[in-house]
Design a protein around this ligand. Structure first.
Ligand SMILES: NC(=O)c1ccc[n+]([C@@H]2O[C@H](COP(=O)([O-])OP(=O)(O)OC[C@H]3O[C@@H](n4cnc5c(N)ncnc54)[C@H](OP(=O)(O)O)[C@@H]3O)[C@@H](O)[C@H]2O)c1
Length: 274
């Protein structure tokens, strides 16, 4: 990002900190280019000391000085934060919201004007710079804004651009996705324990297997079905294991899980509208 530009964070909790850490690690900005505010004063002081950024005690002052402005507060705090800053907000600066389930139109309605907005849905893996993020631009967001949002979230993993109507599906797939993967790892570990390994031995083998498989998949560029075929010898052990997984409906149950989480995200969004 250009040297004279400042990026502002409203909220320096788990996600705010992960983003600040990722941007600095990737050298996307220098600490003097980051300004942040948080209603939790101790937390803000901690983040200032840890990363050498500038703390600002007032959201309005922060918003005047920064472009883009990242809104990293809880969804239930969004209305209050935007209403409080409404006077200092206009379409001259880009606002990026990571609040789950808060639609773009809601942010405009809290400000009582149309803003230059981008709604983003990252997942918890941004904590280790391996997040999966979906970016949905609002009507006034320019191509340059979308590029900037993508560059920011690519510092903490990988991002894609989508239409906002898919945000519930993103929540059900990659938002909740880490929990599905943890459950699968937990179950495979239990299988190792069942067969006589210590929990640590089994967990080591399982996590390394998952990590290695993901690395092989992304470095080969091949479709997962092709890689699966490559490791499945006719009449062999893997074929026997896969048969059991198909018989138990693993494929269908995973699809159903994502549909259920997507539906829940829709329901929570509808409740918020009321
Ligand atoms: N965690 C995830 O995996 C995940 C994934 C996708 C999206 N998100 C979204 O990311 C956002 C942040 O989540 P988080 O887990 O980082 O939350 P968090 O740890 O609670 O951080 C939010 C911070 O914002 C502060 N805050 C509240 N009101 C404020 C105000 N008016 N002005 C300035 N700061 C204010 C909070 O302070 P107080 O403690 O004093 O309230 C808190 O320190 C949420 O909207 C969430 O939906 C999270």
């Amino acid at each position: 990002m250009k040297k004279k530009k400042k990026i502002g964070f409203i909220g320096t909790g788990h996600m705010g900190e992960a983003l600040i850490a990722g941007l600095l690690k990737a050298k996307f900005v220098t600490p003097d280019q980051i300004l942040a505010s948080d209603s939790d004063r101790e937390r803000l002081l901690f983040i200032q000391k840890k990363y050498g950024i500038t703390k600002v005690s007032d959201n309005n002052r922060l918003s005047f000085q920064c472009d883009p402005l990242l809104l990293c507060v809880k969804p239930q705090s969004m209305k209050e934060v935007i209403e409080e800053m409404a006077d200092s907000l206009d379409a001259s600066r880009l606002l990026i919201s990571i609040a789950a389930g808060v639609p773009l139109y809601a942010i405009d309605s809290y400000a009582r004007k149309q803003l230059r907005l981008i709604r983003v849905m990252p997942n918890i893996n941004v904590l280790v710079q391996e997040g999966a993020t979906a970016i949905a631009p609002g009507n006034l967001a320019t191509d340059k804004d979308i590029k900037l949002a993508k560059a920011i979230f690519d510092c903490v993993g990988r991002s894609i651009t989508i239409h906002e109507f898919l945000m519930d599906a993103v929540t059900g797939l990659s938002g909740s996705g880490p929990a599905y993967v943890f459950l699968i790892i937990e179950a495979l570990t239990e299988a190792g324990v069942h067969l006589g390994m210590t929990r640590l031995q089994a967990l080591t083998l399982v996590t390394q297997t998952v990590m290695g498989s993901v690395k092989l998949l992304s470095s080969s560029g091949e479709h997962p079905a092709l890689l699966r075929e490559k490791v499945t010898s006719p009449g062999g052990t893997t074929a026997a294991g896969l048969y059991k997984l198909e018989q138990g409906g693993l494929r269908k149950i995973l699809i159903d899980a994502v549909i259920a989480a997507t539906q829940k995200s829709k329901e929570l969004g509808d409740k918020m509208k009321q």
